[in-house]
Design a protein around this ligand. Sequence first.
Ligand SMILES: NC(=O)c1ccc[n+]([C@@H]2O[C@H](COP(=O)([O-])OP(=O)(O)OC[C@H]3O[C@@H](n4cnc5c(N)ncnc54)[C@H](OP(=O)(O)O)[C@@H]3O)[C@@H](O)[C@H]2O)c1
Length: 360
Amino acid sequence: MSGTPHAGLAAKTALIAGATGATAKRLVEVLLDAGWRVVGISRRAPAASNNPRLKHLRADLLDAAGCARALAAADGVTHLFYTARAAFGEGGVESIEDNVAMLRNVLDAADAAAPRLEHVHLVEGQKWYDVHVRPARTPTREDDPRPRQANFYYDQEDLLRERQAKRDWSWSASRPHMVYDFAPGRSRNVVSVIGAWAALCAELGTPLDFPGTPGCFSALMEFTDATQLARAMLWMATSEQAKNQAYNLTDSCQFRWRWLWPRIAAHFSLQVGKVRPLRLAQWMHDKEPAWQRIVKRHGLAQDALRDAASWPFADFLWGLDSDLPTDTTRIRRHGFHGVVDTTEQILAHLRRYREARLLP
Ligand SMILES: NC(=O)c1ccc[n+]([C@@H]2O[C@H](COP(=O)([O-])OP(=O)(O)OC[C@H]3O[C@@H](n4cnc5c(N)ncnc54)[C@H](OP(=O)(O)O)[C@@H]3O)[C@@H](O)[C@H]2O)c1
């Protein structure tokens, strides 16, 4: 497919800061498939791998000295992918101070430990356009004026631009929206939230109601499949056109929940219900027994309901009340043409959850 990784980059070594996160998991796979060596860094270790081209370093990126010590063991790094994010509460504002300090510590450490560095890629997001606090001007475009609300992305990108001006490497940034995936063990995921909600509707004998707002049910959305993002990150990090550019990056496919809902209902053999706005984080408080019945009946390899789906995240997801189309003209014009059918991909991921006995 066009937009897939370049061949012939076998000599490259990626350092992925935030290697255990939602956006990094598929990046590791895509880079290894393309023949790269990959060094991940985070506080927790990822699942063990016997791939000799994959290595993991443990460090707290808020600790400048510890970060520098860890990176000293990262040999031959040519590309840095920064996908870390400091801990945050759903719907809250991410810490600018912590997120900028973490990026700065990695860049400082790379100055000493990565003399062959060619490129730094930063993952940002559609929150760049304030979509989480008010209806954004849509479709969102990369050169829209920055909203007034403070956001760690602005400070991170400013730091990156400032550093790059004095270095030999180039930078790029991606702005995905709602990264979704088949992601066992990750409760903050569109797919597992849909699946756990549908399973509870079936268990409680209700049709598949939409638990978000009426506005959200009808709004135009664009999401980003994690593998689409990973392929685009590789393209950005290796393409001449992408040097020192920021790109919106979605599936390049628009959908509305009200179109998707009948397909989800059919997957779970449910009737389509009505729009029934709920505060799910609250509503789920007494639903653990129902979930345990589901686990038993379907023989799921999943324990507590909170491990299956993050309900504060679901409230954020289904509270997005206005159209959120993203203009992806720039990345397509510059040469990345990956397209994902979001509806089909969400259903494909749901089938993988079913096969893995993580959801009914
Ligand atoms: N997920 C989405 O739907 C989405 C959508 C749009 C944009 N984005 C953006 O993409 C970027 C990455 O987000 P994500 O969702 O992939 O993040 P995530 O799943 O929350 O993962 C964060 C990563 O950062 C690491 N980390 C956090 N604090 C650390 C520290 N002090 N030291 C070392 N490592 C640390 C975590 O590992 P440890 O905890 O093991 O240290 C983890 O690997 C963020 O800028 C986010 O805003 C995400």
